[in-house]
Design a protein around this ligand. Structure first.
Ligand code: HEM
Length: 293
């Protein structure tokens, strides 16, 4: 029986490292992926395959596509496709460094490291804006339903689709707002995380209210903060049984539906945006039969 990569459903870890790779010219990545299968257990290391990698293997995965890009008044939502994405989860930063090195070596030379981002948990799972993140995530069976593919056949069932965006926060701008404005930007009261019924339509949780979409747009968010030197933000990570819910949420956030832009854009911007397919597991290893391996 196919199984989801366990790290997707597990709570966010204390420490993380995100690796993204590109395919080197004239290289066949099949051997790299076979090597990766020996290291990636789906729990401590979650793996996602990008469209270019799947196509380099001569395959298609139904539903896997390229991240959309948007340009609106004053901001861009970029699309920065990648071939392979690994989310290393743990609680010892040193162990993550060594695991990352082993993975990078195992997939070379066909897959070359493009970017590394170190992530961490803030308090019990907060964004660096100081607001709790993940409150309205589906739980239990609802989380599985939202995040895991079913009814697609062997090699696909148990898989998941993940949207990944690195956001950079302008924390000075956010700090300069009044507490009232900050609460109305998110749509929740920081003090007790209570949802504010009188928040404006542009408030983030008003824009993204999952049940207000038709069909409902449930996703499983597993985002974590990042910080480097004086820059900081969020690695937004959302799993779904397809990209449709995320697409609908993002469209509404950028104002493509009704011209109302999510107030989040008043203090944070996405630097990247990629879609990956996370294969299921079989007998403790990545099940790559959908891509012919
Ligand atoms: C810097 C980027 C982002 C930050 C700081 C952020 C932060 C938050 C916070 C604090 C909440 C309220 C608590 C919760 O339910 O988790 C929330 C809710 C939510 N966010 Fe975001 N978010 C970001 C980007 C996004 C993006 C890109 C999407 C999807 C396209 C998204 C989708 C959602 C959804 C679906 C909810 C729950 C809404 C509900 O049903 O009540 N967020 N976010």
């Amino acid at each position: 029986m196919s199984q989801i990569q366990k790290g997707i459903l597990a709570p966010v870890p204390k420490q993380a490292c995100y690796l993204s790779f590109a395919i080197a010219p004239e290289m066949n990545p099949a051997g790299s992926l076979r090597n990766l299968c020996r290291l990636a257990d789906g729990h401590k290391t979650v793996v996602g395959l990008g469209l270019s990698l799947v196509r380099a293997l001569g395959r298609e995965v139904q539903g896997l596509k390229v991240f959309p890009c948007y340009t609106e008044a004053g901001f861009d939502v970029p699309s920065t496709p990648g071939a392979l994405w690994c989310w290393l989860r743990g609680d010892d930063r040193g162990e993550l460094v060594h695991r990352a090195r082993a993975i990078v070596q195992s997939v070379a030379p066909a897959l070359q490291l493009e970017q590394t981002i170190d992530g961490f948990r803030y308090k019990s799972g907060y964004d660096l804006s100081g607001y709790e993140d993940g409150t309205e995530n589906p739980k239990g069976a609802a989380a599985v339903k939202a995040a895991v593919s079913a009814g697609q056949g062997p090699g696909l069932d148990g898989g998941s689709f993940v949207a990944v965006q690195q956001w950079i926060h302008h924390l000075d701008t956010f700090d300069a707002m009044t507490a009232h404005k900050r609460d109305h930007t998110i749509g929740r009261r920081k003090r007790d995380n209570k949802e504010l019924s009188n928040a404006p339509a542009c408030a983030h949780v008003k824009r993204t209210a999952q049940e207000s979409f038709n069909p409902a747009a449930f996703i499983l968010r597993r985002s974590m903060p990042w910080a480097e030197a004086q820059q900081a933000g969020l690695v937004f990570v959302a799993f779904g049984n397809s990209f449709d819910p995320f697409d609908a949420l993002l469209r509404r956030m950028v104002g493509a539906e009704d011209g109302i832009v999510d107030a989040l854009f008043s203090f944070t911007r996405p630097l990247s945006g990629s879609y990956y397919w996370c294969p299921p597991m079989k007998r403790g290893r990545l099940d790559l039969r959908a891509v012919g391996l």
